[in-house]
Write a protein that binds this ligand. Structure first.
Ligand code: TYM
Length: 333
C-alpha cells in the first residue's frame, strides 16, 4: 500500500505557502486507503538557532495548524520528530552513505548559509540526510512537498539507491515527490520573483495562518501587481508573475483549476479581482486561524496527540532501523 510522509519545520509561523503547498494537500491525501504520516520536524528546525521557549511554542502551534486545517489524528499519524529517535539513528547511517559532493549541490543550504558558510552549523549541512531518514525510516512511497523541496527528495532517492547498491539489497524504496496543484510555489505578495517565506523581513509579503480577516484582506488589497487587467486566458499569465501568483492562490483556495479560474475572472481589472480573492481567502483561512487559537488554549491535549502519534510512528520506524543495522553489520542488531 502507498505510504505518505511529509514534514514541516516549526521554525516560525505558518504561511499561506505552507498551507497551500503542503498542509492542504496533506489533508487531501488523508483516507482513501493510504497511510499518512505527518511530522513536526523540530530536529530540522534547530539547524539554525531557535530560542527554546519559542521552539516549544512553535511546535505546538504547528500541530494546532495541522489539526485546525483538518488533519485527523485517528486517520493520520501526527507527531514531532524528536520523540522518535529512529530518525536520528537512520540519519547517521545516511551521513555515511551520502557524498560530500552531493551535499555541496544543495541549493537550500547555499541560500540559508549565505555568504559566510563557515559559520553555518554542521547540522544545516547534513540536513538533507536527516530528511532522507525521515522519509525512508517509514519506507514512504510518496512525499507531498512544495517545489522548493524537490531537490531534497531527489537526494533521498540517491541515498536509497547507493545504500541498496553498496549493501546489495533492495531494502529502501525509491520515493516519489508529489508536487501537484496550482500552488506548489506561492510567491511573495511584494515581489513576484521571490518565494513567500516565513523569514521574509516584510510581513506584508506573506499571509500568516494566524492573520485575522482584516489583515488577510488588507495584504491582498495591497499585493503588488502590474497596471494591466488580468489577461483573458492562462497563456497570458506567462510573463505576469504577480498576476499569475494571485490567480494560482485563487485556484488553490477554491479547488478549481487555473483554467476554470481564468474562465471566471479573465479580463477583470485587479480592482475587481482582488476583492474576490480577499473574500475567498478570508472564507477559507479565517476559520483555520480561529481553530488554531482554540487548540492552542489546550496545550496538554496537543502534547497528548503528539505523544500518541510518536508511539505509533516508532512502531513502524524501530524495525526498519533494526533491519538497517543488521544489513550494515552492527553486532547486537
Ligand atoms: P519547510 O518547513 O520549509 O516547508 C514546509 C512545506 O511547505 C512548502 N512550502 C511552500 N510551498 C509552496 N509555496 C511556498 N512559498 C512554500 N513555502 C514552503 C515546502 O515545500 C514544504 O513542503 N525540509 C523541509 C521539511 C522536511 C520534510 C521532511 C519534508 C523535513 N523532513 C521529509 C518532507 C519529507 C522544509 O524545510 O520544509
Amino acid at each position: 500500500t502507498p505510504r505518505v510522509f511529509s514534514g514541516i519545520q516549526p521554525s516560525g509561523g505558518l504561511t499561506l505557502g505552507n498551507y497551500l503547498g503542503a498542509i492542504k494537500r496533506f489533508v487531501d491525501m488523508q483516507g482513501s486507503g493510504i497511510e499518512t504520516i505527518y511530522c513536526v520536524v523540530d530536529m530540522h528546525a534547530i539547524t539554525v538557532w531557535q530560542d527554546p521557549d519559542a521552539l516549544r511554542r512553535q511546535t505546538r502551534e504547528l500541530t494546532a495548524g495541522y489539526l485546525a486545517a483538518g488533519l485527523d489524528p485517528t486517520r493520520s499519524i501526527l507527531f514531532n520528530q524528536s520523540q522518535v529517535p529512529e530518525h536520528a539513528q537512520l540519519a547517521w547511517i545516511f551521513n555515511c552513505v551520502a557524498r560530500l559532493g552531493w551535499m555541496n549541490r544543495m541549493t537550500q543550504f547555499k541560500d540559508k548559509a549565505g555568504k559566510n558558510a563557515e559559520k553555518a552549523s554542521l547540522g544545516l549541512y547534513a540536513y538533507p540526510a536527516l530528511m532522507a531518514a525521515d522519509i525512508l525510516v517509514y519506507h514512504a512511497t510518496h512525499v507531498p512537498v512544495g517545489e522548493d523541496q524537490k531537490q531534497h527528495v531527489e537526494l533521498t532517492r540517491d541515498i536509497a539507491a547507493k545504500f541498496n547498491h553498496d549493501f546489495k539489497t533492495d531494502f529502501f524504496p525509491m520515493t516519489a515527490p508529489v508536487i501537484e496543484g496550482a500552488a506548489t510555489r506561492v510567491m511573495s505578495l511584494r515581489d513576484g520573483s521571490k518565494k513567500m517565506s516565513k523569514s521574509d523581513p516584510s510581513d506584508a509579503s506573506r499571509i500568516n495562518m494566524t492573520d485575522d480577516a482584516d489583515a488577510i484582506a488588507k495584504k491582498i488589497r495591497k499585493a503588488k501587481t502590474d497596471p494591466e487587467p488580468l489577461p483573458e486566458s492562462v497563456e497570458g499569465l506567462k510573463d505576469r508573475p504577480e498576476a499569475r501568483n494571485l490567480v494560482n492562490i485563487y485556484a488553490a483556495l477554491s479547488g478549481d483549476t487555473v483554467a476554470d479560474v481564468m474562465a471566471q475572472v479573465g479580463g477583470k481589472p485587479f480592482g475587481e479581482f482582488k476583492p474576490l480573492l480577499a473574500d475567498l481567502a478570508v472564507e477559507k483561512l479565517a476559520p483555520i486561524s480561529s481553530e488554531m487559537a482554540r487548540y492552542m488554549r489546550d496545550p496538554a491535549e496537543i502534547d497528548r496527540i503528539l505523544k500518541d502519534g510518536a508511539g505509533r510512528a516508532r512502531a513502524i520506524a524501530s524495525p526498519v532501523v533494526q533491519k538497517t543495522y543488521e544489513i550494515v553489520g552492527m553486532v547486537g542488531a
